[in-house]
Design a protein around this ligand. Structure first.
Ligand code: FE2
Length: 229
């Protein structure tokens, strides 16, 4: 099964890289950030692998969104936005047919759900959204905010963290935001147009070292009951 999945992830990410290199780079960064946060929560190896694969695949449905929408300069109009919003459903088809399990598929399908129920496609809220999905959602938003768009400046990591902090308890799970805010800033490198897909990790990524995670962070993480999230 592992071999099958490794084969599939290579095949799917290669296809995404060929067709939508910018999306592929974004997926790589989100996967790396989400793995870092999940690791610091002490999640098990199965969860870490699920979040790695889910992060890599979360926007794979954008392969099937027309270029006229995805590459259009400026903000999408209302109709284009509706077409964009089906990418999680397109993506889960690809992930499912490629043999990924339900948890990985869940990340693909639900990464735009929001804690307060304001997301899509199903309007799930709170604990109905799997905790791995909630982690990917925050990292997805962080990378989007720190990436350039032709209709707005990219935010600095500090500014993006502030935006996400303001969304704790509404758009984002407060438990995830708490851990996210405690990640050292140098583990949240700004997105770069040059981020290398080949390298397999965000440009400028640094290695985790235990002393980068101060005791207050650990205490905070331990104060959350994982099963309660
Ligand atoms: Fe997405």
């Amino acid at each position: 099964m592992l071999q099958t999945e490794l084969g599939s992830i290579d095949a799917v990410t290669s296809a995404l890289e060929r067709k939508r290199p910018g999306v592929a780079s974004h997926c790589l960064r989100v996967s790396a950030y989400a793995v870092r946060l999940a690791t610091q929560y002490g999640l098990g190896s199965d969860d870490i692998e699920t979040i790695r694969l889910g992060g890599l695949l979360h926007d794979v449905g954008k392969m099937l969104v027309p270029s006229r929408i995805l590459d259009k300069p400026g903000r999408p109009n209302a109709r284009e936005w509706q077409e964009l919003k089906i990418h999680p459903e397109l993506g889960v088809e690809i992930a499912h047919r490629s043999g990924f399990d339900d948890e990985v598929c869940g990340i693909v399908l639900y990464h735009h759900e929001r804690y307060d129920g304001s997301g899509y496609p199903d309007g799930l809220s709170g604990r109905a959204i799997h905790y791995l999905v909630r982690i990917v959602s925050v990292m997805d938003t962080f990378d989007a905010l720190t990436s350039p768009r032709d209709y707005r400046e990219r935010l600095t990591p500090e500014a993006a963290r502030a935006v996400i902090a303001r969304g704790a308890g509404t758009k984002f799970c407060p438990w995830v935001v708490s851990g996210f805010l405690a990640l050292p800033l140098d583990l949240l490198m700004p997105a770069s147009d040059e981020a290398s897909v080949v390298a397999g990790q965000p440009e400028g990524a640094v290695s985790l070292s235990p002393d980068q995670f101060a005791q207050p962070w650990l205490l905070r993480a331990e104060s959350y009951q994982f099963s309660a999230c």
